[in-house]
Design a protein around this ligand. Structure first.
Ligand SMILES: C[S@@+](CC[C@H](N)C(=O)[O-])C[C@H]1O[C@@H](n2cnc3c(N)ncnc32)[C@H](O)[C@@H]1O
Length: 201
């Protein structure tokens, strides 16, 4: 089997339609959060959807009027499909990079990075690297917002974790504004997700 750190692993998943993680729409916690920020956030803030896959969050935010929405995923075909399906979305905002390497390109920093089923897809030995990279990609006081699993899995990916583990992991890089059980997960994930809002320190 291909290495989870390599594009091929994920390309094979998409080619074989093994994409059970994909909800087909924005997850209810993220939809609620996006509606919440509408009232008090400028629509030109720079937003990154990390490990975006089919990037339902990106088109949702785009349709809400956010103009600086970026997507990163290292599988090019998934970004090509997104571009074809969403011709009004700026193709220059589709970043085909390895998340862990993207600071080496001229991508700038973001006000908000969205986490949805990406953290659970990376090699768990890279979690500190993930936290450091999120810190580097965010502007001062920028926010990492999303959903993390609060359970363990027999077959991985996805890789699980716990609130205690996440607190220790993010603490050197972020203030925790919210890290709490989701009340609005999709049914199969109910009781097994945490909503996070972390502020860069
Ligand atoms: C489990 S999928 C989640 C996709 C999407 N967020 C969703 O919820 O449908 C994980 C995604 O992360 C991408 N990915 C994994 N490792 C990556 C990396 N190092 N850099 C960029 N993308 C990566 C994969 O290609 C895949 O699209």
């Amino acid at each position: 089997m291909a290495d989870i750190n390599q594009v091929q692993f994920w390309q094979d998943r998409y080619d074989n339609a093994q994409t059970g993680w994909d909800l087909g729409v924005v997850s209810p916690p993220m939809r609620a959060y996006f509606h919440h920020i509408l009232s008090h956030v400028n629509k030109d803030i720079r937003i990154l959807i990390a490990g975006a896959g089919n990037a339902h969050e990106a088109i949702f935010l785009h349709e809400l009027g956010f103009s600086q929405v970026y997507v990163v995923d290292f599988v090019s075909s998934v970004l090509d499909n997104f571009a074809k399906a969403n011709p009004t979305f700026n193709p220059q905002h589709l970043l085909c990079h390895d998340f862990f390497e993207m600071h080496k390109f001229d991508v700038g920093q973001f006000d908000l990075v969205v986490e949805q089923a990406f953290f659970c897809a990376i090699d768990p030995t890279r979690r500190d690297e993930y936290a450091r990279q999120m810190h580097r990609l965010l502007k001062d006081k920028g926010q990492l917002v999303g959903v993390l699993f609060d359970c363990e899995f027999v077959n991985s990916p996805p890789f699980g974790g716990s609130l205690a583990e996440y607190r220790a992991l993010f603490e050197p890089y972020f203030d925790t504004d919210i890290m709490a059980g989701c009340y609005n997960s999709v049914k199969p994930r109910a009781g097994r997700e945490l909503f996070i809002r972390l502020i860069k320190v």
